[in-house]
Design a protein around this ligand. Structure first.
Ligand code: 0PR
Length: 350
């Protein structure tokens, strides 16, 4: 049988994952047979995880960060809701999130038995009046998104955090994708900008780590203690992660690439990705194609459905927003050359 090969990235415009950086790939291979879920036995990878969390904290404006390298943004978001639920005393907990929140929050609500209240948007970000109306004394968490999945928009995080504080709820920021580009922008999104408690920030997206490497950060260890489960027969006595055995490859790759790229490498990637997004938006404008302005490096373009189908036939991997626009995510593998080839096909097929 022929050896299966993964897809190549040359026509992938839809993904929030990318080719791992060479140092991430190398570290992943070396640490394949390690389990950070058992830090007593696998000490080296446990040390790497602490280093990765410390650097993720730097990225997100937090000294002495608590947290861990999760399986992905989904786990980190579920765990953030779980922290908030466990910390609160209400029997009927709810959390409030904007309609732009990733579908992983619906999973969190379902798994944890916490009601999810969805606030409508105004110009792609949370409508604050609506959020305010949805918050009540049983609200345990307010969620803001810093880099939405569809349009790369940033909610007004400081204002959401103030609303959460008023009812003693926690604030969680989902920067799963945006966390590695936002430090180089003027947006207010991190632990130094607002009284936020937890954050999702995924090395396996813009961080260029190997999959699986998500990130959960907490302002202090006492928040993670809300998740603590006794582990009687391990050398370590408790565990806060959702999964048990975890990927040492993911953890080691995250630690390696964070050390390699933070901050200058990530800054360069942000500048390249953002200039590609702005360039594509200008090219679309020149062609009369409606599009949503890329505040972060994602472009949503309003092609006719037939055009998208024809582009897919040519091998372009494109996903659609709920409203039907084609999403083009400027991951590191999406270069100016990729975009020129894409536009040439757009011009031919439109
Ligand atoms: N939060 C945000 C803001 C996200 O965009 C995503 C995933 C998550 C959380 C969940 O992260 P995990 O998928 O790591 O659990 N956003 C992309 C999406 O669902 C993920 C993705 C990645 C999609 C690669 C396609 C793909 O090829 O659309």
């Amino acid at each position: 049988m022929q050896r299966a090969q993964p897809q190549d990235f040359s026509r992938v415009l839809s993904s929030m994952c990318t080719e791992p950086h060479p140092v991430a790939r190398d570290a992943a291979e070396r640490f394949l047979a390690t389990n950070p879920g058992d830090p007593g036995t696998y000490e080296t990878v446990a040390t790497l995880e602490r280093e990765a969390v410390a650097t993720l904290g730097e990225v997100a404006g937090l000294d002495d960060a608590a947290g861990y390298v999760a399986s992905g943004g989904t786990e980190a978001n579920i765990q953030a809701v779980r922290v908030a639920r466990n910390r609160a005393s209400t029997r009927d907990p709810n959390f409030v999130a904007p309609a732009s929140a990733h579908f992983s929050f619906h999973k969190a609500a379902d798994v944890l038995g916490v009601e999810m209240r969805v606030a409508p948007l105004d110009d792609f970000t949370a409508n604050l009046e609506a959020v305010d109306e949805l918050i009540d004394d049983d609200t345990v968490l307010v969620v803001g998104v810093a880099g939405t999945t569809e349009y790369g928009r940033v909610d007004p995080i400081p204002r959401l955090a103030r609303m959460a504080d008023e009812v003693d709820a926690l604030t969680h920021v989902d920067a799963a994708w945006g966390g590695f580009v936002l430090p180089f922008t003027h947006h207010e999104w991190d632990f130094s900008d607002a009284d936020i408690d937890t954050m999702t920030i995924d090395p396996h997206k813009m961080g260029q780590a190997a999959v699986p490497a998500g990130g959960l950060l907490a302002r202090g260890p006492e928040l993670l203690d809300e998740l603590s489960i006794d582990t009687p027969y391990l050398e370590s006595t408790s565990q806060v992660t959702l999964t048990g055995t975890r990927s040492g490859a993911g953890v080691a790759s995250a630690a390696a690439v964070l050390e390699e790229l933070w901050p200058e490498g990530y800054r360069e990637q942000y500048e390249t990705s953002q200039s590609n997004a702005d360039w594509l938006a200008a090219e679309l404008h020149a062609r009369g194609v409606d599009h949503v302005e890329p505040t972060l490096p994602i472009v949503a373009a309003d092609f006719a459905a037939d055009t998208v189908d024809a582009l897919r036939e040519e091998g372009w991997r494109i996903s659609r927003t709920e409203a039907g626009e084609a999403r083009i995510v400027m991951m590191p593998h999406v270069t100016r050359e990729t975009l020129r080839a894409f536009l040439a096909d757009v011009d031919r097929l439109r």
